[in-house]
Design a protein around this ligand. Structure first.
Ligand code: HEC
Length: 105
């Protein structure tokens, strides 16, 4: 029985929802992998797809928190070029942390 303490602690931690602050590096990796072919996802440069807004300016377009819901439900832009994404809450935290870390134009 003695050995179970740590095991239970680990299980409790694993069961907790990931609501901690996002991981900026993970958010950047996600953006580079999934979004960079259309959006400018870095601190400078133009979007490869002209119509796609630059990630660094998202924070000036809407409050970033409003993206949280949109990302969780799958963004629908009505734009055929934009694929639908549904992100896990942890991925959203990471992405939002990364977006907030970028210097807007
Ligand atoms: C195939 C190209 C493409 C990819 C890949 C892409 N986007 Fe987009 N995205 C667009 C275009 C084009 C627009 C502009 C749509 C418009 O204004 O109608 C857009 C708009 C957006 C918007 C603004 C939505 C709005 O309501 O104005 C957000 C947020 C967004 N993209 C997030 C992302 C994220 C996050 C990823 C990666 C997970 C991503 N996009 C990947 C093309 C893309």
């Amino acid at each position: 029985m003695k050995a179970l303490g740590p095991v239970i602690a680990v299980l409790l931690l694993a069961a907790m929802p990931v609501r901690a602050d996002g991981d900026i590096a993970a958010g950047r990796a996600f953006a580079e992998e999934n979004c960079a072919r259309c959006h400018a996802v870095g601190p400078d440069g133009d979007s490869p797809l002209e119509a796609a807004p630059r990630f660094r300016n998202f924070q000036t377009m809407w409050p970033l928190e409003s993206l949280e819901e949109a990302l969780g439900e799958g963004i629908v832009t009505g734009h055929p070029e934009m694929p639908q994404f549904e992100l896990e809450p942890g991925q959203i935290d990471d992405l939002l942390a990364y977006l907030a870390s970028l210097p807007p134009d």
